[in-house]
Design a protein around this ligand. Structure first.
Ligand code: PLP
Length: 368
């Protein structure tokens, strides 16, 4: 007995390389007190209000969730000053990426995306037999080259993925330049503006995306509760777009795609501005600590507007990763993004940042 052939487009999917879980490293290396600075999570954890909401609702989990996320949708729409039907929730914003390609991509259709960037754009395209077209980011600051992106568009292009701040580089786009670029797009191309880290942005020139949707540009903005809201384990993210696009995407959504606990926690987290402010301040402190600590080691991180740092160590990042691991610090290697001497490190608490910087100093002394 054999099973049917898998669709051939699946052969082109590269398996996702997640950050190594703390428990796995502790188990494998016999360590305790391991710190993970590898997945751009919030070192403060979730808002206490979200934790309370989860505790209060734990006994109600025999009931299916509200497939429409009504209360969360109303609250978020009011906060963003948009209509509730401009919002779509997903099991993480990852799921919205899949909705987009499920709804828009036929085999052979193309999407333009920058390199290096978030791997799930490639995954979502490949899943549908779509073809990613890569445009490199430019210079030591990994800037977007919008002319090159425009030049990569052809008759098959359906989607352009723009990630700002970009994972893994932390680099970001400017609103004025982005709007000019949108004005030059051909008809029937959708721009996916991934804003997973937008809450950390301090540059007033960065686009919030919502005014562009308002102006009628073909844009969907993606955001998440996994990063600053500290709810990555619950899996909840959302898309913001015109009501018409959201209605179309809703057709490919499973009825209960966002779990009830996630909806309760996200609703509570939204109202906790103190937690958000504290989280932003922690990242700003982390950026300063890294900048000083790395410069003392002769290293220059890529300027970022996110909660992580991308830096060229000038040595094999896999070796650096392994040695850091032995010291109980988990980071992300740059080879998975095509930058084998870089690492990506999430800003943690002051204590975690100090521990990373001290460990890195020892590792570089060994490897250089
Ligand atoms: C740029 C970017 N977009 C989307 C995501 C996925 O977020 P979620 O946890 O909401 O699926 C991530 C997570 O690392 C990310 O870095």
């Amino acid at each position: 007995m054999s099973f049917p052939e898998m669709r051939s487009c699946l052969d082109l999917i590269k398996p996702y390389v997640p950050g190594k879980p703390v428990e796995e490293v502790e188990r494998e290396l016999g360590l305790s007190d391991v710190i993970k600075l590898a997945s751009n999570e919030n070192a403060l954890g979730p808002s206490p209000l979200a934790v309370k909401a989860m505790q209060e609702n734990a006994a109600k989990m025999h009931i299916y969730p509200d497939g429409n996320c009504y209360y969360l949708k109303e609250a978020l729409a009011a906060k963003l000053k948009i209509k509730p039907d401009q919002l779509l929730f997903g099991n993480g914003s990852d799921e919205i990426l899949s909705f987009l390609t499920l709804a828009l991509i036929n085999p052979g259709d193309e999407a333009v995306m920058v390199a290096p960037s978030f791997s799930e754009y490639d995954f979502a395209m490949r899943l549908m037999g779509g073809v990613p077209r890569l445009v490199p980011l430019v210079g030591s600051e990994f800037a977007y080259d919008f002319d090159a992106i425009l030049a990569a568009i052809n008759n098959q292009t359906r989607i352009i993925f723009i990630c700002s701040p970009n994972n893994p580089t932390g680099s970001h786009i400017q609103g004025a330049e982005f709007e000019k670029f949108l004005g030059k797009l051909p008809d029937k191309v959708l721009v996916v503006l991934d804003q997973a880290y937008i809450e950390y942005v301090t540059d007033p020139g960065h686009p919030d995306g919502l005014n562009l949707i308002d102006k009628g540009f073909p844009v969907i903005a993606l955001r998440t509760f996994s990063k600053i809201f500290g709810l990555a384990g619950l899996r909840i993210g959302y898309g913001i777009a015109s009501s018409a696009l959201i209605a179309g995407l809703n057709r490919v959504r499973e009825p209960f795609n966002v779990n009830a606990m996630a909806q309760k926690a996200a609703l509570a987290a939204l109202s906790d501005t103190a937690h958000l402010e504290h989280s932003v301040a922690l990242v700003e402190q982390g950026r300063k600590m890294f900048s000083a600590g790395l410069s003392a080691l002769g290293l220059k991180p890529v300027p970022d507007q996110a909660n992580f740092c991308f830096v060229d160590l000038g040595v094999d990042s896999r070796q650096a990763f392994q040695t850091l691991l032995l010291k109980g610090v988990i980071v992300r290697t740059g080879d998975i993004f095509g930058y084998p001497t870089f690492i990506r490190v999430t800003y943690g608490t002051a204590e975690q940042n100090e521990r990373f910087l001290a460990a890195l100093k020892e590792v570089l002394a060994d490897l250089k």
